[in-house]
Write a protein that binds this ligand. Structure first.
Ligand code: ADP
Ligand code: MG
Length: 240
């Protein structure tokens, strides 16, 4: 579903992704962990062209999105992203946050977008909040709306960039529960997170990034119980 071949990313003199090769299968749940600044966000942002690789190839669902004529808008329709800072539209209601992109980008009718939007809100347990503004919601609720908004585009792939890192501790689980629910439905997921419990129970595979390299890639069982790389070991010993 996602294929990175020889991907490098430079920001000026900074070499942030170093010859990355990675395949994510359809339906796979991939968790990305690693220290701050190791390139995790840049890696997943290359999967929907929020960042353009300096070199190398990214292919999503059979389409080379790094090709010259790739259509960025089309790519973003099939690859949705959920951010640490929820990035909801503050002057739109919850329901409007969900219906806007399907109507504007996909040309879905208002009726259909509304019906769909309400269904996705129900899925994240927020039906009754459809008419309030984001500022009237808790952080956990806002992030659940952001996930529903991403789902409303019916993406093939969901990218999550530390979706619980900005939340108060008591709100983390409600967001993880929505993500776990989603994982059971077979959508392809790439999740940058420090939630090791989530990684252990949901991931098919965990990759560890350090200094722009993928230094370890393994099943969660192997990864946590039997890490092979020294940097992985020292990282895990600090956070577990
Ligand atoms: P992580 O998500 O693992 O913390 P990032 O991918 O955000 O790491 O960043 C990797 C490195 O690239 C960091 O040194 C960061 O400062 C740098 N970086 C990220 N985005 C930009 C940017 N737009 N311009 C310049 N440097 C950036
Ligand atoms: Mg990051």
């Amino acid at each position: 579903m996602i294929q990175l071949e020889g991907v490098n990313k430079h920001f000026g003199h900074l070499h942030v992704l170093k010859d990355i090769n990675l395949n994510v299968k359809s339906g796979e749940k991939l968790v990305v962990i690693g220290p701050s600044g190791s390139g995790k966000s840049t890696l997943i942002r290359c999967m929907n062209l929020l960042e353009k690789p300096s070199s190398g190839k990214v292919t999503v669902d059979g389409v080379e999105i790094t090709a010259h004529k790739a259509q960025v808008a089309k790519v973003r329709q099939s690859v949705a992203m959920v951010f640490q800072q929820f990035n909801l539209y503050p002057h739109k209601t919850v329901l409007e946050n969900l219906t806007l992109a399907p109507m504007l980008i996909k040309g879905v009718s208002k009726e259909e977008a509304t019906t769909d939007g309400m269904a996705y809100l129900k899925r994240v347990g927020l039906s009754e909040k459809f008419n309030v503004y984001p500022s009237q919601l808790s952080g956990g609720q806002q992030q659940r709306v952001a996930i529903a908004r991403a789902l409303a585009m019916r993406p093939k792939i969901m990218l999550f960039d530390e979706p619980t890192s900005a939340l108060d501790p008591e709100m983390i689980q409600e967001v993880l529960d929505v993500m776990i629910d989603l994982a059971h439905e077979g959508i392809t997921m790439v999740v940058v997170t420090h939630e090791m419990g989530f990684a252990k129970t949901v991931a098919d595979r965990v990759i560890f990034m350090d200094d722009g390299f993928i230094v370890e890639s393994n099943t969660p069982h192997q990864f946590f119980d039997n890490p092979t790389n020294e940097r992985t070991k020292s990282f895990l010993s600090r956070i577990l």
